[in-house]
Write a protein that binds this ligand. Sequence first.
Ligand code: DHB
Ligand code: FE
Length: 307
Amino acid sequence: MREKLLYTAQVKALIDKVAGLDNAEGDQRLKKIVARVVTDLMQTIEDFDVSPTEFWAAASYLEKVGMSHEMGLLIPGLGLEHFLDLRMDQEERAAGLIGGTPRTIEGPLYIEGAPLSKGEARLDQDPETGEVLFMDGQVKDAAGKPVAGAIVDVWHANTAGWYSHFDQSQTPFNLRRRIETDEDGRYKFRSMLPAGYGVPPDGPTNELLAAIGRHGKRPAHIHFFVSAPGYRKLTTQINIDGDPLLHDDFAFATRDELIPAITHHTDPAEINARGLNEPFATITFDFTMHKEAADLPKAVVERAHAA
Ligand code: DHB
Ligand code: FE
């Protein structure tokens, strides 16, 4: 067995210098985190006998992830965005917050400033073939009281699995809207049932996933931010029930409480009554929000968005 360099005085002194632990300047918490990350990396190199060639391949890989703007894809793929959710859940439980609609990951594809309307909206503005979806529900507080004036910020992929803004073939804000709940806390929208999503097949995220025997696909889903003055912001998604990948999401975002029943309507009279010619789907889903309070962990996650 080779001697563990990591435990030698020489490498310990190196890490202290690297992390600035041998001086009094800078941010003390950051120094400790830098020291830990560098130490863990050195330990990985040592334990797995990582060669310099392998190490530089990993460095190039990370550079490629950044240059491809795939940090936001790799992080959920590595389960880290879900882990952050689990930690926020744990903190809330410790603060006595229980129940309510579960959070799940935001993902990298939100765009700020979608058109805002009262009570209802139509999300699909570009022509598409697929199944029309009508979704509705109520925003309530933990006691079941409707929350009027809440903003339901909704975004999802098109019937091919692509998101507007990132997919230049769609018009701006296609399948992205903000809906203000009415006096009964209700929202509703018309859209097209999304297809599942897959990471770019030729990108670095998929490269790593393939190399470890994984896929980069997500079941069909619809994202939501729900916010209202005095309430804790909710970041969540619903899954489209029946998707074969429902419990095989590369981003680990599926939660049992977030799989509402979907009804596929084929009755010609119902189709006619909606002014349609084809079968359509309906989903009803209520959101339960918690009241904000000073002693609770922060609900808002600050994060840079594409613009
Ligand atoms: C990714 C894509 C999504 O649509 C999503 O909701 C979460 C993650 C991704 O590409 O990583
Ligand atoms: Fe998504």
